[in-house]
Design a binder for this molecule. Structure first.
Ligand code: DUC
Ligand code: ZN
Ligand code: ZN
Length: 489
C-alpha cells in the first residue's frame, strides 16, 4: 500500500481569503499548505470541514505579554498562557513587545523577551521594540543591529510617565527608524492634557474608574495624531497609529492618507464594542474596563466601522494587556484605588476574533472577507509576515482556524484561558467559534482542548517590507534642493 500523499487534509470546508470564498480541500505536508483543490488524495489524517469555514489563523499585531508595562508591573500572562488563549480564539501569530524602560540596554531587553517567548509560546511570534530611552547607543548602534536581526518595528509612547518620549527624541527615533528600514508604531495621546485633567479630577474628588475616561479628553487623541503625523511627514517615515478610539482621531488619519502620507492605523474590539459607560460600576469594579485610550461612545463605534470600511484603518488588534482584578494587578495600590493608580489594559487575545466574527460575519457588518483582511491578511502584510502568514495559499504556513459559523457561545470569566481571571465581555453571546486551530500543520486546539506544547511557537524574523519604505518625497525643510543645500537626512 502506498503512503498517503499528505500529512493532513482538511476536506470540503468553505475556504475564505481576502479575494475569494470557495469550497475546497486543503492539503498540508509538514508545516505548509501544499495543495488546494477538489477531491485531493487522502492524507494521513483527515478533518471533515463540511459546514465549516476554513480561515487563515488570526494575526494579532499588538499584544502585551509577560511585559514590564507602563504601570511598572508585569502583565498577568506568561507567553504560554497568553498564546494559548490566543490559539483558543483562532489566532496563530502574535506580535508582542520587547519593552525597553529607562536605563535598559536594548539588546539585553530583546534577549530577555526572546528567552521568555522561546520557553512558553505555543504560536509563532515576533516583537515590536518599545523605545523609552533613545540614547545615542540605542539610536545609532542598537536599533540598526536589532532591525537587521528581524525586529523591524519600533513602538514609542507619547504618554505614560514611565515610557513617554517628547517631540525632540521622537524625531530622533523617527530618523533611526527611517535609516534602519523599520516601521514606527505609536501610542499617540497628548500627555499634558491627560495629566492636567487627572490632577484636576483627583483634586476635586473624582477618583472612581469612570473618571479615567474623562481624563483622556477626546482631543488628546486627535492632537497627538496630528503632531505625530506632522513629525513623521517631516522625516518621511511611515507610521502605524495604534488603537484609534475617536471619530476625530479617525478623521485625522483619513485626511493624512488623503494627502498621500504613509500612515497606517488600527483599532481594537474595545473601541468597537465597549463604551465609557462600562467603567461606571460600583466601587473599583470599573477598573476591569480601564484601558488607554478609554472606550468612548456608540457614535465613535459607528465612525470607526466607517473608517474600517473605507480602509482608513487597516487592522484590528487586541491590545491584550491583562491585569488581574486583585492585589497583583488592578488593585495593586489598594482595594479602593483612585483611577490614576490602576494599571491600564484589558485581556483580549482570545475574544478578539469571536467578537469580530459575530459582528462582521454572523451579523453581516463588512462581511467575511473583510474579517479575514482586518484580522489576518492586512496585519501580516503591514508587518511583513505575508505570504507566510495571514492567508490560505500554497506555500504558506498551515496556520488555519476552522470555524463553526453556527456555534453559539456565551462568554464567561471562567471559560477564558488567559490569566486575567475575567473578560470585559462576560455575558455576551456570540455566534461563530473557532473549533479547530492549526499552527504550522499541528492541531493545537481541538474540541475545546489545547494540544499545544509550550515553546513550540517560533520567532518570526521580519525585515521592514513595503509598509516601512518611505515615500521618497522630502518636505522643503529636509530637501537639500530647497533648503539652501543643507543635508538633514
Ligand atoms: N494601553 C496601552 O497603551 N497599552 C496597554 C494597555 C492599555 O490600556
Ligand atoms: Zn497603547
Ligand atoms: Zn498596547
Amino acid at each position: 500500500m502506498t503512503e498517503p500523499a499528505y500529512d493532513l487534509v482538511i476536506r470540503k470546508g468553505r475556504v475564505a481569503t481576502v479575494s475569494d470564498v470557495f469550497e475546497a480541500d486543503i492539503a498540508i505536508a509538514g508545516e505548509v499548505i501544499v495543495a488546494i483543490g477538489r477531491d485531493l488524495p487522502a492524507g494521513k489524517r483527515e478533518i471533515d470541514a463540511r459546514g465549516k469555514l476554513v480561515l487563515p489563523g488570526g494575526v494579532d499585531s499588538h499584544a502585551h505579554i509577560e511585559q514590564l508595562s507602563a504601570a511598572g508591573i508585569i502583565n498577568a500572562d506568561t507567553f504560554q498562557s497568553g498564546t494559548t488563549s490566543a490559539a483558543f480564539g483562532g489566532t496563530t501569530t502574535v506580535i508582542s513587545f520587547a519593552a525597553q524602560h529607562v536605563g535598559m540596554a536594548l539588546p539585553q531587553v530583546l534577549e530577555d523577551y526572546h528567552a521568555l517567548a522561546a520557553k512558553g509560546a505555543v504560536i509563532d511570534y515576533a516583537f515590536h521594540m518599545i523605545i523609552a530611552d533613545p540614547t545615542p547607543e540605542t539610536l545609532q548602534n542598537d536599533i540598526p543591529a536589532l532591525v537587521k536581526q528581524g525586529h523591524s518595528s519600533i513602538k514609542i509612547f507619547m504618554t505614560y510617565d514611565r515610557l513617554k518620549i517628547d517631540d525632540e527624541p521622537l524625531l530622533d527615533v523617527l530618523v533611526a527608524a527611517r535609516e534602519s528600514g523599520a516601521l514606527l508604531c505609536a501610542h499617540a495621546e497628548n500627555h499634558g492634557i491627560i495629566s492636567w485633567m487627572v490632577k484636576r479630577l483627583l483634586s476635586r474628588g473624582y477618583t472612581q474608574p469612570k473618571y479615567h475616561a474623562i481624563s483622556h479628553a477626546r482631543f488628546s487623541e486627535a492632537e497627538a495624531f496630528n503632531r505625530l503625523i506632522g513629525m513623521a511627514s517631516l522625516i518621511d517615515q511611515p507610521i502605524m497609529i495604534y488603537h484609534v478610539s475617536t471619530a476625530e482621531g479617525a478623521k485625522v488619519i483619513r485626511d493624512a492618507r488623503g494627502q498621500g502620507l504613509k500612515v497606517f492605523a488600527e483599532t481594537c474590539p474595545q473601541y468597537l464594542f465597549l463604551t465609557a459607560e462600562d467603567l461606571d460600576k460600583p466601587g473599583a469594579e470599573g477598573a476591569k474596563w480601564m484601558c488607554s485610550p478609554p472606550p468612548r461612545h456608540a457614535s465613535d463605534h459607528e465612525a470607526l466601522w466607517q473608517s474600517l470600511a473605507l480602509g482608513d484603518l487597516q487592522t484590528i488588534s487586541s491590545d491584550h494587556a491583562p491585569y488581574r482584578f486583585d492585589e497583583t494587578g488592578k488593585l495593586r495600590a489598594s482595594g479602593n484605588p483612585n483611577f490614576k493608580q490602576i494599571a491600564n489594559g484589558l485581556p483580549g487575545l482570545e475574544t478578539r476574533l469571536p467578537l469580530l466574527f459575530d459582528a462582521m460575519v454572523s451579523k453581516g457588518r463588512l462581511g467575511l472577507q473583510k474579517f479575514v483582511d482586518l484580522t489576518a491578511t492586512a496585519p501580516a502584510k503591514i508587518y511583513n509576515l505575508h505570504p507566510r502568514k495571514g492567508s490560505i495559499a500554497i506555500g504558506a504556513d498551515a496556520d488555519i482556524a476552522i470555524w463553526d459559523p453556527d456555534r453559539e457561545v456565551t462568554l464567561t470569566d471562567a471559560a477564558m484561558h488567559d490569566l486575567a481571571g475575567y473578560t470585559p465581555y462576560a455575558g455576551r453571546t456570540l455566534r461563530g467559534w473557532p473549533v479547530t486551530v492549526l499552527s504550522r500543520g499541528r492541531v493545537i486546539v481541538e474540541n475545546g482542548t489545547s494540544l499545544a506544547v509550550a515553546g513550540s511557537g517560533r520567532f518570526l524574523a521580519r525585515c521592514g517590507g513595503d509598509a516601512a519604505i518611505p515615500t521618497g518625497r522630502l518636505v522643503a525643510d529636509m530637501d537639500p534642493a530647497r533648503n539652501f543645500g543643507a543635508t538633514l537626512l
